[in-house]
Design a protein around this ligand. Structure first.
Ligand code: AMP
Length: 180
């Protein structure tokens, strides 16, 4: 693999969506077929030793990577969405974002009790979103067996907020500003 690739396809956009936030824009990486395939394959490979019945993707960019990882692992995909987007009965969890507050919703019948779930999103920042996703999985009686990100902003220490078992891998392919 060429040095710096595909990390070089992650673009920093300063002051988006609010001043002081450096937004990690993954659209150049998504635009590159080899890079997109690498990201999906790499994430799927990292969880190849993990029991997974369903992949949860967090709206919106978590859908793109999560669906590709679910395809690779040969299991179903469950969207966790912003409020008011899912058509059937939902349950929700409120959480803090790096830049504001938000809620995540899931269909009440999306995950069955006992199912093993891999949660996928593009960026781990403060960890509020991932923590809310884990809470939503647990609320339906399913179990998180893995959490995967393309990017981790290590300096925000978001992984500390993700309450999963000691044997549940929390993996990021690229970590900026941290030890990983
Ligand atoms: P957090 O809950 O703070 O961990 O934020 C993670 C969620 O917000 C993910 O769904 C990301 O897509 C988005 N996000 C937060 N911070 C950033 C950032 N600096 N660049 C890109 N996306 C971000």
């Amino acid at each position: 693999m060429e040095s710096g690739w595909p990390e070089s396809l992650i673009r920093d956009v300063p002051d988006f969506p609010t001043e002081g936030i450096v937004f990690k824009d993954i659209t150049p990486l998504l635009d590159d077929g080899d890079a997109l395939r690498w990201a999906a394959d790499e994430l799927a490979d990292r969880f190849s030793g993990t029991s997974v019945d369903r992949v949860v993707g967090v709206e919106a960019r978590g859908f793109i990577l999560g669906a590709a990882v679910a395809y690779r692992l040969g299991c179903g995909f469950v969207p966790f969405r912003k409020p008011g987007k899912l058509p059937y009965c939902t349950r929700s969890v409120d959480y803090q974002l790096e830049y504001g507050t938000a809620s995540l919703e899931a269909h009440t019948d999306a995950l069955a009790a006992g199912q093993r779930v891999l949660v996928v999103d593009d960026v781990l920042a403060t960890g509020g979103t991932a923590a809310a996703a884990v809470e939503l999985v647990n609320a339906g009686g399913a179990e998180v067996t893995g959490v995967g990100f393309l990017i981790e902003l290590g300096f925000l220490e978001g992984r500390e907020k993700i309450k999963v078992g000691a044997d549940c891998p929390v993996i990021s392919l690229f970590c900026f500003g941290g030890d990983e």
